[in-house]
Design a protein around this ligand. Structure first.
Ligand SMILES: [Fe+2]
Length: 405
């Protein structure tokens, strides 16, 4: 059997390539939008990806299943309760998918979402008992998945409890590979370890060592924040196939476009290219509007101080300071951009120290703009390829500094 786990450290998401040397076939489970990693790995291992299996419709990242289908003609399998709008082959409980010696048995395990399935893998060239199970968002390492993202919380928690009992029917020695590791918002107490065994989790996973009532109560009282943009992402993942986005290019100058810095706010504050014409214009207009509003307020205050309307007793004027009105904020920042979703608290990744940012000297000057074109990309569509599409917990990477033409 060929087996490879892929972990996206930023999102805490895991995906898998399972192949069989004898047949030369492979499947990808829960692919990320960047499918190149699976294609390269398959080529290296001399197997051909013939199917994509989804444990469920993901809420925290855009799946690569559309790219596999559109670009490589690979069929996608998902349980019917996903109500997928894309062409797919339905998974059913107990179904067996064969890749030569490797057999993948489908275990319908609702709870996190109604369609959720686990995949029990047996390598017939080694033995006829399951070797590993891919648990998606059901049983995690040190925790169980949250049941409140797609279902009513009590119903989801009750379903998840039953699904965990099914997983506990597997032997202790069966290896467990989850859909998430620490850093994901799809669970709360996950280990950073990327695999375990059924036996270890049976003994030491709290979620497996409490009764149903306590389990349901704990799961429904969770205060873990929901993945940001999750409704949009679920719609994308359930909707028609999403292919590759237009590649970003580089330009020598903004050429009439405006610059949108799409990095995290704290990266923006640490150092950034001077804002482009349109955003600067917005800032100027805002300052003028604020100035006009202050002038108007001053006039009104003077009117009140002079007695107000005719015939009324003069009220004491509010105490006026001779100081000029406070200056408007000096710079438009990402915090000012409209219609931004509130950023959810970032999960702990254990790498915070590495993320300390260093200011970028010179980036605040206009002249530098034309010398950093390698980091400035042009897009004519509304897509933010990479970060915007594939990531929700993390803002797009720094190279996605985009010029909107
Ligand atoms: Fe999930």
């Amino acid at each position: 059997m060929q087996f490879r786990q892929f972990v996206d450290d930023d999102l805490g998401c895991a995906s898998y390539l399972i192949g069989d040397e004898s047949s030369g076939e492979a499947v990808v489970v829960d692919p990320a939008y960047s499918i190149e990693q699976y294609l390269e790995e398959a080529e290296k291992r001399h197997v051909r990806i013939t199917r994509v299996l989804e444990t469920h419709t993901h809420a925290d990242h855009v799946s690569g299943h559309g790219r596999f289908a559109l670009e490589h003609g690979v069929p996608v399998h998902v349980h019917p309760e996903a109500n997928a709008e894309y062409p797919h082959e339905p998974l059913g409980d107990g179904q067996e998918i064969s890749l030569g010696d490797v057999k993948i048995r489908v275990l319908h395990t609702p709870g996190h979402r109604p369609e959720h399935c686990c995949f029990v893998v047996t390598d017939g060239s080694r033995g006829d008992e399951p070797w590993l199970v891919i648990t998606g968002d059901s049983l995690l390492i040190g925790d169980a998945a949250r049941p409140d993202l797609a279902s009513e919380a009590v119903e989801g928690a009750t379903g998840l409890y039953g699904s965990l009992q099914r997983l506990l029917e597997l032997e202790d020695g069966v290896e467990l590979y989850p859909g998430h590791v620490a850093g994901s918002l799809c669970g709360a107490g996950m280990s950073s370890k990327a695999s375990s065994t059924i036996g270890f989790e049976r003994r030491f996973n709290h979620a497996l060592n409490i009764g149903e009532d306590e389990f349901v109560q704990e799961r429904t009282n969770s205060s873990t924040p929901r993945p940001p943009n999750m409704d949009n992402i679920v719609e994308i993942n359930r909707g028609p196939f999403l292919g590759a986005q237009e590649p970003l290019g580089t330009v020598d100058s903004p050429n009439g476009g405006s610059i949108l810095d799409v990095r995290r706010p704290r990266e923006f504050v640490a150092g950034h290219v001077a804002l482009g014409a349109n955003l600067a214009e917005i800032q100027r207009e805002r300052e003028e509007a604020e100035k006009a509003a202050r002038e108007e307020l001053k006039k009104k205050q003077k009117t009140v101080g002079n007695g107000g309307a005719k015939g009324k007793a003069a009220e004491p004027a509010p105490k006026q300071e001779d100081k000029p009105a406070p200056a408007p904020p000096p710079m438009l920042s990402l915090f000012d951009l409209p219609a931004q979703e509130e950023e959810a608290p970032r999960p702990t990744t254990g790498r915070e120290e590495e993320e300390d940012l260093v200011p970028v000297p010179g980036w605040e000057s206009e002249e530098v703009l034309l010398t950093v074109t390698v980091t400035v990309a042009v897009t004519t569509g509304a897509s933010q390829v990479g970060g915007g599409v594939a990531s929700t917990h993390e803002a797009p990477p720094t190279e996605n500094l985009s010029v909107w033409a």
